[in-house]
Design a protein around this ligand. Structure first.
Ligand SMILES: NC(=O)c1ccc[n+]([C@@H]2O[C@H](COP(=O)([O-])OP(=O)(O)OC[C@H]3O[C@@H](n4cnc5c(N)ncnc54)[C@H](O)[C@@H]3O)[C@@H](O)[C@H]2O)c1
Length: 329
């Protein structure tokens, strides 16, 4: 019997709750900081704004009381990057019985530019952290559409525990030993998805998107390797896999925000309209991290200029295309 406590009752927290509930031996509780969100979930068993049309399993319990985490064997973070550190601080006193923490968030802690798993480990230092990542739109995970992801950790037995606890006939989990690479791929692909959306909004075509994705993967891997990740991780589910799904699907809020920006909506208005757009925050963080590591990331730099310096998206695309000619590899 595993007691699973999921922090965050948004799209992905609820999708993982539905997956966890498929395993008979799991007890699943979802927590939100917002009482009105929990009250609506108890009443409707559906999140009408974040995951409309998806019924949450009758097995899942809801609470706004974070002290209930104290019975949990596994605590899952389904929290946007901006709030991960504060939620980790709040849950820390109730983690004594917890065997491992799972991070599903994709981004960096903005104030320190650290990975979210590192942020969680700083706040809850005595527990192993597992990164659960890969091409996994909540809208599809939640209704049992076949999906494959990676549970990666420096602690092999915790990665195995997550694989054993959350695997279902439609949710296949591989274990991995490069949590840093898995997390960096998952975070940085959101920047490229925003960029792909901008190109779509500008009226570019499939060729443009394919070029952006491929050159985007090159710069993601370049920064990842400089930060200590393994090159081969970026060819896997959490790298290439997640990049493909995010850049090509209308489920992606990053891509949808990008399309609005390409069509002339300001970046701040686009983010306000769409909601959680991790690529926006991640672009700011990655721009600074790339500077710190001395790594060239032309697409990230171009998008940063559009999002935060008022540059014109069409001009930036022109600049990217007219960079000095070079060899591909
Ligand atoms: N949606 C997806 O398909 C998907 C897939 C994989 C990973 N992720 C990642 O999971 C994370 C969460 O994304 P999401 O799509 O579930 O977001 P969301 O906007 O749907 O939900 C966020 C939830 O976080 C909680 N929250 C928001 N602000 C908070 C605060 N100030 N304090 C405490 N809790 C707060 C609330 O319960 C809210 O419903 C992101 O990092 C995202 O990149 C999302």
């Amino acid at each position: 019997m595993s007691n699973i406590f999921i922090l965050g009752s948004g799209s992905f927290g609820l999708a993982i709750a539905n997956i966890a509930a498929c395993v008979e031996s799991n007890n699943v509780t979802v927590w939100s900081a917002f009482k009105d969100e929990i009250d609506a979930l108890i009443k409707d068993r559906e999140h009408k704004q974040k995951l409309p049309g998806v019924k949450i399993s009758e097995k899942v319990r809801f609470t706004d009381d974070i002290t209930k985490a104290q019975n949990a064997d596994i605590i899952v973070f389904g929290i946007p990057s901006s709030f991960v550190r504060s939620v980790a601080k709040n849950v820390k006193p109730y983690t004594d019985n917890c065997k491992c923490i799972v991070n599903t968030g994709k981004g960096f802690d903005e104030s320190t530019l650290k990975l979210l798993s590192v942020t969680i480990a700083e706040e809850i230092p005595d527990k192993p952290v597992v990164v659960l990542s890969g091409p996994s739109h909540a809208e599809e995970v939640a209704i049992g559409i076949p999906t494959a992801v990676v549970a990666a950790s420096d602690d092999a037995s915790s990665a195995q525990l997550v694989q054993d606890t959350f695997s279902t006939p439609t949710f296949r989990i591989y274990t991995g030993t490069d949590p840093k690479g898995c997390e960096i791929g998952g975070a940085l692909k959101n920047i490229i998805a925003l960029g792909a959306g901008v190109c779509d909004g500008l009226g570019c075509g499939d060729n443009t998107r394919a070029a952006l994705m491929t050159r985007g993967m090159t710069e993601i891997a370049r920064l990842g390797v400089a930060m200590g990740a393994k090159t081969e991780t970026f060819a896997g589910l959490t790298g290439l896999g997640d990049l493909i799904v995010t850049c090509t699907s209308m489920h992606s809020r990053n891509r949808r925000a990008g399309i609005l920006i390409g069509q002339g909506v300001s970046a701040t208005d686009a983010v306000k309209q769409i909601g959680t757009v991790e690529g926006y925050h991640c672009c700011k963080a990655a721009h600074q991290i790339a500077k710190n590591y001395g790594v060239e990331m032309p697409i990230t730099e171009g998008l940063y200029a559009v999002l935060f310096e008022g540059a014109d998206a069409k001009d930036i695309l022109g600049k990217l295309l007219s960079r000095p000619q070079k060899k591909e590899i």
